[in-house]
Design a protein around this ligand. Structure first.
Ligand SMILES: Cc1cc2nc3c(=O)[nH]c(=O)nc-3n(C[C@H](O)[C@H](O)[C@H](O)COP(=O)(O)OP(=O)(O)OC[C@H]3O[C@@H](n4cnc5c(N)ncnc54)[C@H](O)[C@@H]3O)c2cc1C
Length: 462
């Protein structure tokens, strides 16, 4: 047994006596799954994993790590992991997936490891909907800490704007109740500032009175309807706030496992989520349906429980890198260049997505939070399935695509970033004064930077 392994075993047995859940080292079954999750690139390599069973486990794990100066990271599903920890304590929360809905107050208490699917299942039976996003499999807490732009975004705003209460273990090992009146600074920082200030063990969120949507996707071949991105952009200028929509350009490989209709094509997938009567939704999308030949049309009235069908994203673990920008506008010339760069004439296999923002997203919340760039009207995201050996070329491609949008860029969108950012890039996600305040709060709560957040805001050094 090497000394390192022995150290890990000692740490694991010391921690095991303090927590209810299992404590794993790399020698144990389950360690790889807990450290990797959905994102297969660059898994965490902690000394130990604590499979937290409850908030006391989270508190004990943080307190233990802090008392020894060990780094701490947290993972629910792994969908958002952008950088890996080496050594230290990884708290895996996926067993803490309870959701408790109160139909009287239209709220839900959501535990740290619950995915949106868990929340959707509990809320929709009461005729209520959470502010969940395109993929129900992502973790509700991290999505919300990063802002959370969902299927009802233009109607109700960011998920972070509808948080009432968070329970948080701060890096000093204290379990704190964080609300607008108790711990107002942390309440401001956590909603938008991500996992930089503590490990959230649960949150109370508002649910919306939405039982049904009119939504789904329209698939068109970009070679046949090259103007689809431009037409979607123009159409977004005319739609009400109940309409939240997006468009992705997806290069489908010419392979037998791809549905025959899509095989070998560059497909534009227009995603529609209309929170209003189906007949009105149907009328609103008429101009999009009329654009040209449609490969597939899944638009229909659907219960919110099936909201994953709107984007219809795959939910199998894979290795991927992605990046994103918030934009104040989309320039038609920029779109023309984009179609050239990732459309039928391009040789790369990058998926590009544009989302329409504005509406309620532009309104300040009742209690201000750290989220930046409410004035963004669109987001641009790109994602490439990749392996470690191709990371440099993928990053270069993403940088090149982003550069074309620089004139309208407001900053990064951290939720839609799947890969490491440097501190300057993280800073662009926030208003300058807010970033200063976040860095000061980081210094106050985690002066030694023990908590390794996905997109870190470092403590100030002065
Ligand atoms: C296919 C896909 C679709 C998506 N769609 C949307 C969308 O529609 N809208 C949107 O806004 N975002 C979307 N996202 C982004 C998603 O919200 C973020 O990636 C989010 O971080 C995922 O959270 P997770 O718990 O699933 O991931 P994890 O990788 O488990 O967590 C990501 C990070 O969050 C932090 N964290 C996790 N749990 C806690 C906790 N309890 N306390 C403190 N910090 C914590 C940690 O720093 C961790 O590294 C999507 C992502 C993917 C991959």
């Amino acid at each position: 047994m090497t000394e390192t392994t022995q150290d890990q075993e000692t740490t694991a047995s010391q921690l095991a006596s303090r927590v209810h859940g299992s404590v794993l080292t790399s020698a144990n079954d389950g360690y790889d799954q807990d450290s990797t999750g959905f994102q297969l690139l660059e898994p965490h390599e902690p000394a130990v994993v604590v499979e937290a069973a409850d908030e006391q486990d989270v508190r004990a794990a943080v307190e233990f790590a802090a008392s020894r100066g060990m780094p701490v990271a947290v993972q629910a599903t792994g969908h958002g992991r952008s950088s890996a920890m080496h050594g230290g304590v990884l708290i895996n929360t996926r067993r803490m997936c309870g959701v408790d809905v109160d139909p009287q107050t239209a709220t839900a208490w959501v535990e740290a490891g619950a995915s949106w699917q868990h929340v959707i299942d509990a809320a929709t039976v009461q005729g209520l909907a959470p502010l969940s996003g395109s993929l129900p499999g992502v973790g509700a807490v991290s999505y919300t800490l990063g802002g959370g732009i969902g299927l009802l975004a233009r109607r109700y705003g960011f998920a972070a704007d509808h948080v009432h209460h968070l329970d948080v273990v701060t890096p000093d090992g204290r379990l704190r109740r964080v609300t607008a009146s108790d711990e107002p600074d942390l309440f401001w920082a956590l909603r938008g500032g991500g996992g930089n200030f503590g490990v959230v063990t649960g949150m109370e969120i508002a649910l919306m009175p939405v039982a049904r949507l009119y939504g789904g996707c329209l698939f068109v071949d970009l070679a046949e309807v090259p103007e689809v991105l431009h037409a979607w952009r123009e159409w977004t200028a005319s739609v009400p706030d109940e309409m939240t929509s997006a468009v992705s350009v997806i290069p489908f490989p010419d392979l037998p496992m791809v549905p025959e209709l899509m095989r070998g094509r560059h497909v534009a997938q227009v995603q529609i989520s209309y929170a209003g009567p189906a007949e009105q939704g149907q009328k609103l999308v008429e101009p999009l349906r009329a654009l040209g030949p449609v490969l597939q049309d899944t638009l229909r009235e659907l219960p919110y429980s099936q909201s994953g069908a709107v984007f219809d994203e795959p939910d199998q673990p894979s290795g991927y890198r992605g990046t994103s920008l918030l934009l104040d506008d989309l320039d038609p010339q920029e779109l023309t260049t984009l179609v050239h760069q990732v459309g039928p004439s391009a040789s790369n296999s990058c998926v590009v997505g544009l989302r329409h923002l504005g509406g309620a997203l532009a309104q300040p919340p009742q209690t201000l939070n750290a989220l930046g760039h409410r004035d963004a009207n669109y987001s641009l995201g790109m994602l490439s399935l990749t392996e470690t050996s191709e990371l440099d070329s993928v990053t270069a491609l993403h940088d090149q695509l982003l550069a074309g949008f620089a004139p309208h860029a407001l900053g990064r969108s951290l939720n839609f970033t799947f890969g490491p950012l440097d501190h300057q890039q993280v800073r662009t996600a926030f208003e300058p004064a807010d970033y200063q305040r976040l860095a000061q709060l980081k210094t106050e709560h985690d002066p030694h930077g023990l908590l390794q957040a996905n997109h870190p805001i470092p403590p100030t050094t002065d």
